[in-house]
Design a protein around this ligand. Sequence first.
Ligand code: AHR
Length: 620
Amino acid sequence: ATITLQPENKKAISDLLIGVFFEDINYAADGGLYAELIQNRDFEYTPADRKYRDNTWNSKHSWATSGQQLVFSIDSTTPLHANNPHYAVLDATQTGGALINSGYDGIPLKKGDEYECSLFAKNSDGKSRSLLVKLVAQDGSTLAQATVRTRATQWKKYSTKLVAANDAKDARLELQPQATGRIMLDMISLFPKKTFKNRKNGLRPDLAATVAAIRPRFVRFPGGCVAHGDGLENIYRWKNTIGALEARKPQPNIWRYHQSAGLGYFEYFQYCEDIGAQPLPVLAAGVPCQNSGIGPKGGGQQGGIPMSEMDEYIQDILDLVEWANGPATSKWGKLRAEAGHPAPFNLKYIGIGNEDLITDLFEERFNMIYKALQQKHPEITVIGTVGPFHHGTDYEQGWALASKMNVPMVDEHYYESAGWFINNQHYYDNYDRSKPKVYLGEYASWGNTLFNALAEALYLTNVERNADVVHMTSYAPLLAKEKHTQWNPDLIYFNNTEVKPTVNYEVQKLFGNHAGNEYLPSNVKLTSDDEAVKKRLGVSVVRNIADGSVFIKMVNLLPVPTSIKLDLGSLGAGTKAERSVMQGQPGDKEVAVKVSAMTVTNELTDVLGPYSFTVYKISK
Ligand code: AHR
């Protein structure tokens, strides 16, 4: 193929093109990115967490006892906080028994690492009572132990440090009362000292770093369907997720498990700042998920937030802006400052709605929220939604509504076959540039093979060409825990000790690390005139104006090698280049990215391997 650059036709493109979509699906938060190791630490699991109201999902879920002498019950008479009504009551007639938690599929420990075990305790007589806190391996050996001395008739927090004597994949926490009598416990936590960027109540370092390596320019949160929830009462309310952990309000997750809110809005914004990404919170447009209420006993109340409650709901959204950006002296900014972040977070984008059905209920509420945000916070870019599918009446109505209301950007979603992505490379070429910009908020081809990843890479080379209208993209979903995966494919799989990025991830990472803000069009000439051949070759050239570096991306989805010749002119002369290549068989699920140095003159010649994605980075 001969590729001729047409730099005279260059155009400015978005510098936010590659981001990530974080949704608490597939145990992405609790048991995943959130570093807490104790499952059901607050004793708030409930049968409503599960679709069929599974009664084993109750306050005792994940907890067990050893020894006949210890009776474990749940009470809610004098709770630690109204949002956290249940707590454990231990009655010991003799010592020797223990309350046990095995975390999420076991507790992983690293030899020499420090863990903080904290808990709230009280007893009725105010006598001193000690708890022996132990980390125990599968073979029964003790990996760490410490004593916590409690003495309070009111709830009081206690903590102790534990250092693991050995590695363990699936240890357990044991709490052994050292005296007979009653003790009440809540918020029993085991938190590793090592978190991403050493943040308190932080994130699992390996997972957080793997996401950060994409160099996402933004992070969407908390979904997806989680954002608008399973029925009205399940709409994700950001205010329930900030402040003291014991005062946060846990709730059933629409993906049918329990959501502790330990990874809440503060932790999310802090993570964005730590990785240099814009926060992109998505809030419900006053209506729950279009899928709520589906299935036996599933779902909560449908409809829209009653008009009598809309003012309050809208105020919550306005308060989010104050919480994120207001001075530390403002009502909501003060809470951010108290949480450890006096400086504003500089929030710029808010998504309203997630692939909602475009009904009157939706339109009325979206309108109210959008107008209030426009009026009070014109500095915030609102991202609307255009319904669940990228074709059909909702989509058309969503676009018509957003255009009529001059919404700056809309969120499109599509999950399609690899073939669809190959056959629709011109999808955005004819988008009306005077209409709202696009945030391709959820997309993926159906699979985690190299063929899928290359189809996505091919499509993204076309999105780069259209990045004057498509401002942001995020592959979805981002994370999936093995044995708890509810949606396939995902970008990064993991278990308690391993992180397993997919080939699709490698594509995202290559795009994120080789992004520009100027598109340089090129003319590609192939020896073959066959359209089927032509559409299997993708080329995109972008430049980063600030430092002059140029990124050339080439996707070869053909089963044969393809020679390329690219006249770089003054862009290339006398410069050093770096080449990153992923290549393999179409069905491969693991493909290493090979990076090598090369020198380019004003001509770049190379051979693209069959089924490959190559990125050339030319630095000035
Ligand atoms: O990404 C998984 C789900 O797909 C999201 O929660 C939802 O928005 C979409 O239907």
